[in-house]
Ligand binder design. Structure first.
Ligand code: MG
Length: 159
């Protein structure tokens, strides 16, 4: 068994869709980034790669590589899942936290869980998504950006 943790931050910017956990959430701004800037999926991928001791998404999908411009992070998560399967790793459980003031995440939470679980080939029960505000404090509180945390538990079934 291995645990992994991941953390990511992206800044809000005008003129881009807000994609969180593979779900486009209606809002007046999106997140800046080379890919679709899906901060939640990025934190989850980093947690998975960390548990595998396989580096991080910056190493796997370099953000100066034009191949990943506008990349669909759910598709990249699917590639991480394939890498895991190839090394005999199985996701037992994952939990995530989005840190943002707005928009409200609760109406989209189950859709995000379903998207993430689908990309990873695990039951939706194995993926937790929740959100919290910072009571107006810090960059998240000032609505300058969104942070995401993820923790995962992996089991190696076939080494
Ligand atoms: Mg990122």
């Amino acid at each position: 068994m291995r645990i992994g943790s991941g953390y990511d931050v992206h800044a809000f910017v005008s003129g881009r869709p807000l994609v969180l956990g593979g779900v486009e959430v209606a809002f007046d701004r999106g997140l800046a980034g080379h890919s679709d800037a899906d901060v939640l999926t990025h934190a989850l991928m980093d947690a998975l790669l960390s548990a595998m001791r396989a580096g991080d998404i910056g190493r796997l999908f370099p953000d100066d590589d034009p191949v990943y411009a506008g990349a669909d992070s759910i598709e990249l998560l699917g590639r991480v899942a394939a890498l895991m399967a190839g090394e005999g790793w199985h996701l037992v459980d994952a939990d995530t936290v989005l840190v943002l003031e707005r928009p409200r995440i609760a109406p989209h939470r189950d859709a995000m869980r379903a998207r993430l679980a689908g990309a990873l080939g695990v039951p939706v029960e194995s993926i937790g998504v929740k959100a919290t505000t910072t009571e107006g404090l810090g960059f998240a509180g000032r609505e300058e950006g969104v942070a995401a945390y993820a923790v995962v538990l992996l089991e190696r079934t076939d080494a």
